[in-house]
Design a protein. Sequence first.
Length: 264
Amino acid sequence: METQNNNRDQIIRKDARGCFVEVKNDCFHLDKIHLQFVAYDKSRPAGQRYTSNIHIYIDVPQFLALAQEAANGSLHMRMQQYKNERKTDALFEHLGGTAAKRLAYYGKSRPDGMSLSRVVKLTVAEKGDYFFTADSGPGEENKTGLIVPRFGKSPEQHVSVILTWRQLNELLFATVVHYKAWLSAKYMADWAALHAPRLEEGGQRKGQKSQESTRAPSPGNWPAAAPPPAPPAAPPPQTGFGSAFGSVYGSAGGNVSADDKRIF
């Protein structure tokens, strides 16, 4: 049964013949990039057209590293090299899934009692540039908690989306931009939640002191005239960067001033 929301979580979608892959932003808070691979059959009745539906969750650092390889061209160079050498090895592969005990906890145990393996690969396409492929089927949890696929060459679900190098760039880079925007917003929200009450309290205290200082004193309480201030001592001669532009850290001693540290 296919159920789609209004795509409020969708970042980007790439379509191929009878299938597509889309990236969603709904797992950023879990440090995961969520990709949904779908194969469909238009001849089926509406609501029953999905023939495969695989959800992949890639760790953010791993996804960012792949995007960086695409950005600097090393990924596409390897793709051309693999094409020339007719290599079928994966350019990128991520093993994931859900352990059998976790499936049982959610009441979704497999009939065979095994874990659910989900694998995503990026391989060379003969008539294009890349195949972005997702497979799912029975798996087995090893000692480190990794779900190892046990379906061989016969996965229960299979979706393979063909992409040009430019389409792959669009998918990767658009996702990275969205993640960075979310991360910036998260930092701002966390910083405000942590420091805003303290800064507001400090601002109120300053306002009270300012009001007290602006009150006119009574004639009987007028202070005596203050002596003129002594001229400041000449600063010691400086050399290097500090002599022309001031200290890199905002003080002659090379230490951050109290005003700078107060906001952190």
